[in-house]
Write a protein that binds this ligand. Structure first.
Ligand code: CAA
Length: 293
């Protein structure tokens, strides 16, 4: 089967989906974005336009590049439109049932030779592949947030992923001018297996009263040269996503060292999910973020 990729489908117009569409369009791919509601797609397209403008402003791309990229991204309100895609990347909520439902909905619309990928940050690729009609042409392509800025993409093969699929995914990442690392299919892969326990530990440090939000973030920014403090980063990733990843590590590796901090659970239960809801470990409703503890 041919693996030439010209058209990319992206499922989910949220922060990861619109970032994947952004970098794919800039690299010259035709892009179709699909989401449940049309206004979510519209919002995603507006974000892409804004982020491209940011790159023009800082001289990273030209105005012509921006215009050409935005012209390559189109809304696919109907799943049938995905029949044009050579590769479809799912970037929906980090929830296995949601992803399974999406695969069941889109697979019948895809051409038989199309590749399917997931941007899951922790769920088993082999298990997700089994929910599709094409485990051989299924792979994990895990981008980092913010996608237009971060250099890394993790590639994760499921047990059935064919070499041709893996090579095509490597080619796609190379054309994006990003660097791929290969991870085996174990919970959290490489980045989140290491990063999320660090963030969870920072939340325990807050929970136990060892330090304030400000002290913890300042400590790691100035003491370990991290570009963002761990609590700031948790808000940036989304606290619901952080909790889902910790649950996957906790259950998948069956080790109590991965137990999610009760304070993280409480914030998620409150609907304080970080930047996207304007409140998390910081309150973003004013001019400057203010720690919530
Ligand atoms: N689109 C395009 N450009 C963007 C952007 C976006 N969404 N966000 C930031 N930028 C650009 C800015 O325009 C700016 O560009 P120039 O250098 O050309 O001027 C540059 O990125 C830096 O941005 P800022 O000056 O606004 O802010 P900053 O210097 O504080 O950097 C940051 C912001 C890049 C996000 C930086 O704080 C950082 O690297 N943070 C850590 C991010 C991180 O760890 N990401 C991984 C999260 S884990 C993950 O994603 C895996 C998972 O599954 C959970």
């Amino acid at each position: 089967m041919s693996t030439a990729i010209t058209t990319i489908g992206v499922i989910g117009a949220g922060q990861m989906g619109n970032g994947i569409a952004h970098v794919s369009a800039l690299a010259g791919y035709e892009v179709l974005i699909h989401d449940l509601a049309e206004d979510r797609i519209r919002k995603g397209l507006a974000t892409i336009d804004g982020n491209l403008a940011r790159q023009v402003h800082s001289g990273r791309i030209s105005e012509e590049d921006r215009k050409a990229a935005i012209a390559r991204v189109k809304a696919a309100t109907d799943v049938d439109a995905l029949a044009a895609c050579d590769l479809v990347i799912e970037a929906a909520t980090e929830d296995e049932q949601t992803k399974r439902k999406i695969f069941a909905g889109i697979c019948p619309a895809l051409k038989p030779e199309a590749m399917l990928a997931t941007n899951t940050s922790s769920i088993s690729i082999t298990r997700l592949a089994s929910a599709t009609d094409r485990p051989e042409r299924f792979i994990g392509i895990h981008f980092m947030n913010p996608v237009p800025v971060m250099q890394l993409v993790e590639l994760i093969r499921g047990i059935a992923t064919e070499d041709e699929t893996f090579e095509a995914a490597k080619g796609y990442v190379a054309r994006l001018n990003k660097t791929a690392t290969v991870s085996e299919d174990f919970p959290g892969f490489i980045v989140n297996r290491i990063l999320l326990p660090m963030i969870n530990e920072a939340i325990y440090v807050l929970y136990e009263g060892v330090g304030t939000v400000d002290a913890i973030d300042t400590a790691m920014k100035l003491g370990a040269n991290h570009p963002m403090g761990p609590l700031q980063l948790a808000d940036f990733i989304g606290l619901d996503t952080c909790l889902s990843i910790m649950q996957v590590l906790y259950e998948g590796l069956a080790d109590s060292k991965y137990r999610p901090c009760p304070l993280l659970v409480k914030y998620v239960e409150a609907g304080w999910l970080g930047r996207k809801t304007n409140r998390g470990f910081y309150d973003y409703r004013g001019e400057h973020p203010v720690p919530t503890r």
